[in-house]
Structures are given as C-alpha cells and as structure tokens.
Design a protein around this ligand. Structure first.
Ligand SMILES: [Zn+2]
Length: 498
C-alpha cells in the first residue's frame, strides 16, 4: 500500500501538469495566440479533484506533521473545485473572459488599447471626451451582463449547496480570511477616508478641465493625477523601465537575471499579469506599460509576484508553493512596488528634494483614493451575492454607491459593472489589494528605520515570507516577521496620519 506522502506526491505532480497547461493556454490567449481549449483542461482538472483517491486523501488526517499543511491545502482545493469545477461555471467563466479579452474598446469611433484608455481617463483635458471614454465598455456590457449575473448566481447556488451562507463566505474560507471582519475593515476605511477625500474634491473641483456645473466619476482619476503633486511622465520613460527595475532589485540584493522570469509586452485587460507556470523554474509577466512613475510601480509590482513565484519552495510541493492566499501574493507584490516610491530611487529622476516630498504627499492621496474605490467595489461585489436583484436595480445601487462614496454623478448612467474582469475570473478578489496595502504598511513599519529597504530586509522577506510558501499560514508568517498580528493601523497612520 502507498504511503500518504506517495499518494500526495502523485496527486501533486498530476495537478502541476494540468496547472501548467492551463497557464500556457491562458498566457497564449492573453497574447492573442492559438491555445489549447481551456474548457478541456478545466474538465480534466475537475475530474482529478473528484477522483475517489483525491477525495480520500483530502479526508485523511496525516500523522506526520510535514503532511498536515499540504493535506489541509488539498482539502481547500477540493472544496474550491466543488464550485469552480462545475462544468456550467467554468464554461461560462471562460466564455465571458474570452469575450472580454477579444472586445476592442473604441472612443469616438476609434479603437483604443486598454492602457491608452486608462491614460486618457487620467490625462485628457477634455472632460466631455473623458465622459465618452468612460462608456467604452458599454457595448460589451450589453452583451455580457446576463451572462455575468448568471455566473454569479451559479457560483452562489453551488456554495449554498455546500452549506455556505453565500459564495463570498466560501471564497473567504478558501483564502483563510474572515468575511465579516474584512467587510468591517473596508467600511471603516471608507469612513476614515471620507473627510480627506471630500477635502481634495472641494479644493480641486474648479480646476481647468473638470466637468463644469457638477463633477462626474470620469473627473476623479483626472483630478488625482493632475491636481495633486505629481512627477512629469516624461521623466520616467517606458524605455528605461526594465533597466531601472533590474537595478533597483539588484540594489536590495535580488538579481532578476538569475531568476527564471520572462516578460512579454502586449495589450491586456489589466496593468500587468504574472503567471507562475512552475515555481522556481518558469515565471512569465505580461504587461503593456506607458511613460510615467505609476507604470514603474505597476511593473515593480508584477516583478514582486515574479520573485515570489521564483523562490517559493513549499517543501517541494506544487500545491504548497503556490498555496498562499491571493491577498498574501498581493501583499508581497505591493511591498516590492514600494521600491519605486523610495526617495533614493526618485532622486535618480528628479533633482529637487522638495518636489519629491510634494510628490509623495500627492501619492499618499492617490493611494487613499485607490483604496476608496477598491473598498467600494469589493463591498458592491459582496452585495451582488448577498442581496441579489434584477440588473436594473443593481445598476441603480451602483449609481447610488458612486454618489455616496465619490460625491459625484456617475459618468455613465446607468453605470456598467459586469465588464469588471474580477467578477468573471477572480470573484471576491478585489479586497486583496486593500488587504495587501494593509499588510505591506504593517510589515514595513515593523522593520523600522527611514528607508527600511536594505538587502537585509529583502533577504528576510524571501527567507521568512516567501521560501516556505504555504507550509506556514499567512498569519504565522506575518506574526513571525513583524512580532504582531496584522491590523489596519499602520495603513491608517500612513494614509490619514495620527
Ligand atoms: Zn498583483
């Protein structure tokens, strides 16, 4: 008879093979290349999770302590598959994602890449054009909304069939997070940030280029980029980005040339994607950067994911090396993103120290705005599952939320929301970016000093947070690293002072 270890390893290597095939297919799809049918790969993966042998393994209580965590993660994976492995669900997800990727947004009858659309909303001085650009996904929304709401309903019903109150309750359990606690934290952040958000809005509402006679949601990115202190985009040219990135990572002792990371530039429906095909062996990044410091941050972030994918060992188990919850991956990426925010780094591009100080103050307010919109989107998403309603009613609720939290009118009314990629491919993931900022602030504060970024800090991040993978829970890793449990305090201090 085979030992539990042998049976686990056998599962793990079959799972690894399927996961690599899925990454290959997704990566090719985002690049617009031919690829293997995703439905087919997911059917095989789902079948593997449902094999009697896998189920038996998931139910077991291994005697050896080294196998306890891997088997627990296998149990979570099997539970996830009870929803995501349902044929109707993965087929609907893959179809909606393909429609989203293949959709070509247009502004004023001209096709525009997603990166340039984002740039337009940030920088175009023509308020009416920004408003029209906000509607670039409305034609897709018309085709997609029924399908996405149906996908949400199917996920919810499948979670309820398993005995969960709703799909978010299941999703949070799979990520070793507590839904009610996170909901409260997001609500608190919205409340704590309300005054400073309103202050920025009131101070800047009459600036040139803002919509006259009443602000719209399409004014908000424009306002935050243009009228809060920023650095000139041309000082951070796209061509210098990858070189700057290698240099900064090297300065903290991480030689990216020695890591198995490949980068491909291509238009995608996000700032960047990082795929860990095979931990320690094969990691690939897709991105489509433009000029500007914020794009440096985007790529520094993706390389943070790539470093994690390159060094995570998880005791040699594929499932464990990749087993940290999504928020923890984001926290690591956000930590490395902060490399592009150091005064030392910025001084390489801007001579004036005062300008850097002012920029950092502006960046803090931009981050507060980003957290505000993420918290709002996350709470809106839970509502889609916890309090479902017909589409028109959901649009009304979305509009009401924009008015309540942004204090402006929706640029597109009724506002589209089902074209948000997270509702399709990564349900209940949005909060991870907020929790990641929380964790990064917590970890950096714990490491003290003016500029905490030293080779010693990077080494500790790698050894203590990344190499073990999910052999340790995220709570244990954060406690060991910082000496205390994760709390929002450091982030709140960073954003709102006090
Ligand atoms: Zn990320």
């Amino acid at each position: 008879m085979k030992s539990t270890k042998e049976r686990f390893d056998q599962f793990d290597s079959r799972f690894r093979e399927l996961a690599i095939r899925e990454s290959e297919a997704l990566f090719a799809m985002y690049r617009g290349l031919e690829h293997e049918d995703l439905d087919k790969i997911e059917a095989e993966t789902s079948a593997l999770w449902r094999e009697p042998e896998t189920r038996k393994l998931a139910k077991g209580k291994p005697r050896s302590s080294e196998l306890r965590r891997p088997v627990f993660l296998l149990k979570l994976g099997a539970l996830r598959n009870e929803v995501e492995g349902i044929e109707d669900i993965y087929k609907a997800k893959n179809l909606c994602n393909r429609m989203l990727v293949e959709f070509k947004p247009e502004v004023d009858g001209r096709p525009i890449s997603r990166s340039d659309l984002g740039e337009l909303l940030k920088w175009d001085k023509d308020a009416a054009r920004r408003r029209r650009a906000s509607g670039a996904f409305v034609p897709l929304e018309k085709e997609l909304h029924e399908k996405v709401l149906d996908l949400i309903d199917r996920r919810n019903r499948a979670a309820k069939d398993l005995g969960f109150e709703s799909f978010p309750h299941l999703a949070f359990e799979l990520n070793e997070l507590d839904l009610d606690e996170v909901k409260k934290q997001l609500g608190d952040l919205l409340e704590q940030g309300a005054d400073s958000f309103e202050e920025v809005l009131m101070e800047q509402k009459d600036q040139p280029g803002m919509t006259p006679g009443g602000l719209l949601s399409s004014d908000l990115s424009f306002l935050h980029e243009n009228f809060l202190p920023n650095l000139p985009r041309e000082k951070f040219p796209e061509e210098r980005l990858l070189g700057a990135l290698r240099k900064e990572y090297l300065a903290v002792g991480i030689d990216l040339e020695k890591l198995p990371i490949q980068t491909v530039i291509r238009d995608i429906p996000a700032g960047g994607f990082c795929f860990t095909f095979d931990p320690g062996k094969d990691v690939r990044i897709l991105a489509n950067p433009r000029d500007g410091q914020s794009w440096y941050q985007v790529l520094f972030h993706e390389y943070g994911h790539a470093v994690q994918g390159s060094v995570s060992k998880g005791d040699g188990h594929y499932l464990v090396a990749l087993g940290d919850p999504g928020f923890f991956w984001e926290a690591i990426a956000v930590l490395f993103e902060k490399l592009a925010m150091r005064k030392k780094f910025l001084a390489g591009y801007v001579d004036d120290e005062g300008e850097i100080e002012r920029f950092l103050d502006g960046a803090r307010k931009r981050l507060a705005f980003r957290i505000r919109s993420l918290a709002m989107d996350a709470l809106f998403e839970y509502m889609l599952y916890l309090d479902p309603a017909p589409y028109e009613e959901l649009q009304k609720r979305r509009a009401a939320m924009i008015r309540e939290y942004y204090l402006v009118e929706p640029a597109v009314d009724p506002p589209p929301f089902t074209t948000n990629i997270f509702h399709i491919t990564h349900p209940c993931y949005i909060q991870n970016y907020v929790l990641a900022e929380m964790a990064a602030a917590h970890l950096l504060e714990a490491s003290q000093g003016g500029d905490p970024w030293t080779p010693d800090l990077a080494k500790r991040i790698i050894d203590e947070l990344l190499v073990p993978g999910a052999m340790m829970t995220w709570q244990e890793k954060i406690r060991r690293f910082s000496g205390k449990d994760l709390s929002p305090e450091a982030l709140v201090r960073q954003l709102y002072g006090g």
